[in-house]
Design a protein around this ligand. Structure first.
Ligand SMILES: NC(=O)c1ccc[n+]([C@@H]2O[C@H](COP(=O)([O-])OP(=O)(O)OC[C@H]3O[C@@H](n4cnc5c(N)ncnc54)[C@H](O)[C@@H]3O)[C@@H](O)[C@H]2O)c1
Length: 441
């Protein structure tokens, strides 16, 4: 089948590469000429395991190519996927400017029947706006070409995106047209060989499903962080509590790790957008507002623990904090809304110097923090510890799971660890001579 994907970011690039891998012909459209040049040489702008290999292979086999010409993509493809960013607007709602701009451009060049697929996460009612934008451009040209707009939200997670796309738990499709539903079913059939995965519903429910899924996951995280905060105050161990509740099939073990709060390109903005959608519809989202509130406090938690520790030791001015992990989660270089940003911002505002390491996100961190003389980056994680007054673990990369603790003790000025991801055993740490602070234990 012939597919056009507009917006080669984390979602669009994975979508394009995976459809090409299944034998489809894919054109991926970017508005950035430099990016297109690089992508056509398989130089990808993000870190996502397995993606570069997939792009390279499909470029070589001629099933995938990148262009700045949206017209070329629309002309040659039956399916047009819109996968552009939908960032948070100033009032918390989703900013649909990119989506609508793309819709207008599609309307400006649509020549025959096409299926327009909303892959970006968009609020309920967006498909209607996309349809209206395309139609108004067609009318300007005096054209009455037929087209369909469907909602097909994406559920991949960064760090395991290729695997998630290739083996999805479910494929949600919102459409009001049975024929289009059949076309999409055919398109996704290679991804649903072992069982039927396509869940077809009306468009508004599909749009809402994406927000409900992210809201539920964010709620689980904030819930567990709240339990951890209670545990700390009453002398219970959140790890044991997690095992105790996770073993209940109705609850399950997934997504109930306490930590430094959720970040990333989705949960923060999607929770806000859902609150905004509800408000517009006259409903006050009490649970989601509390989820956000708990998360905002949790993101400051490690920095606060460090400040409290050094309060009676001359404060943080002139102290050095080593940070392990900058990306918002392991296996990505994405720093959007990463808890490390809040942590470093607070610590540096208290006068601390930062020695930071991340296996993939240093380039992105340099972009985020700009020229900041208080932050020094290290290519090797042990180097970041040298002469630091303490270490804080913010992102749970595998690399940090089983370090050489004796070596760490030798490098750090004082053997103090603030573990925002509960990676180590408090008893063992104490035994080895560390002062060890974690979450909910
Ligand atoms: N990142 C995730 O894990 C994830 C998962 C599921 C859904 N989503 C949703 O998917 C959408 C895209 O997210 P992302 O993380 O891939 O964003 P991203 O910022 O990584 O990528 C967006 C891409 O769209 C391009 N773009 C913007 N306007 C364009 C235009 N007019 N023409 C062509 N290209 C344009 C940008 O240059 C960029 O390459 C968002 O709605 C997001 O909420 C993201």
């Amino acid at each position: 089948m012939k597919i056009c994907v507009i917006g080669p970011g984390y979602v669009g690039l994975v979508t394009a590469a995976c459809f090409a891998e299944m034998g489809n012909e894919v054109i991926c459209v970017s508005r950035d000429e430099e990016k297109v040049k690089k992508l056509n040489k398989a130089v990808i702008p993000i870190y996502e395991p397995g993606l570069e290999t997939l792009v390279e292979k499909n470029l070589k086999d001629g099933r995938l190519h990148f262009t700045t010409s949206l017209e070329e993509g629309v002309e040659s493809s039956l399916f047009i996927f819109i996968a552009v960013a939908t960032p948070q607007d100033e009032d918390g709602s989703a900013d649909l400017a990119h989506v609508i701009e793309v819709a207008k451009r599609i309307g400006g060049c649509l020549g025959e029947y096409r299926v327009i697929v909303d892959k970006s996460t968009v609020p309920v009612g967006t498909a209607e706006k996309v349809r209206a934008a395309i139609r108004s451009e067609l009318e300007k040209r005096g054209s009455d070409v037929e087209f369909d707009v469907v909602s097909n939200p994406e559920f991949l997670k960064e760090g395991d995106a290729v695997n998630d796309f290739m083996k999805p738990d479910r494929i949600v499709l919102g459409t009001d047209n049975v024929r289009t539903g059949e076309l999409i079913k055919e398109l996704y059939a290679p991804f649903a060989r072992e069982r039927e995965k396509l869940i077809v519903m009306d468009i508004r429910s599909a749009e809402m499903t994406k927000y409900a899924a992210n809201a539920m996951l964010a709620t689980k995280i904030s819930f567990m962080n709240e339990m951890a905060n209670i545990c700390e105050r009453v002398g219970a161990d959140i790890r044991m509590v997690r095992e105790g509740i996770g073993s209940d099939h109705r609850i399950g073990y997934h997504f109930i790790y306490p930590g430094v709060g959720y970040g990333g390109s989705c949960f923060p903005k999607d929770v806000k957008a859902l609150i905004s959608t509800a408000m517009e519809a006259g409903y006050a989202c009490r649970i989601m507002s509390a989820v956000e509130e708990v998360n905002a406090v949790q993101k400051k938690m490690v920095a606060q623990k460090i400040i409290d520790y050094f309060k009676n030791k001359g404060g943080l001015k002139g102290k050095t904090v080593a940070i392990w992990g900058l990306a918002f989660k392991p296996n990505t270089d994405d720093m959007r809304e990463a808890p490390s940003i809040e942590t470093i911002r607070i610590l540096t505002s208290e006068g601390a110097r930062i020695q930071a390491h991340d296996p993939e996100a240093i380039k992105e961190a340099k972009r985020v923090f700009g020229k900041n003389p208080s932050i020094v980056y290290f290519e090797k994680h042990y180097d970041a510890l040298k002469d630091a007054d303490c270490m804080a673990l913010i992102t749970e990369w595998f690399l940090y799971r089983n370090p050489d603790f004796e070596r760490m003790k030798g490098l750090l000025k004082s053997a103090i660890i603030f573990d925002g991801r509960n990676q180590y055993n408090p008893n063992e740490m104490k035994h080895m001579g560390f002062e060890y602070f974690c979450i909910g234990r």
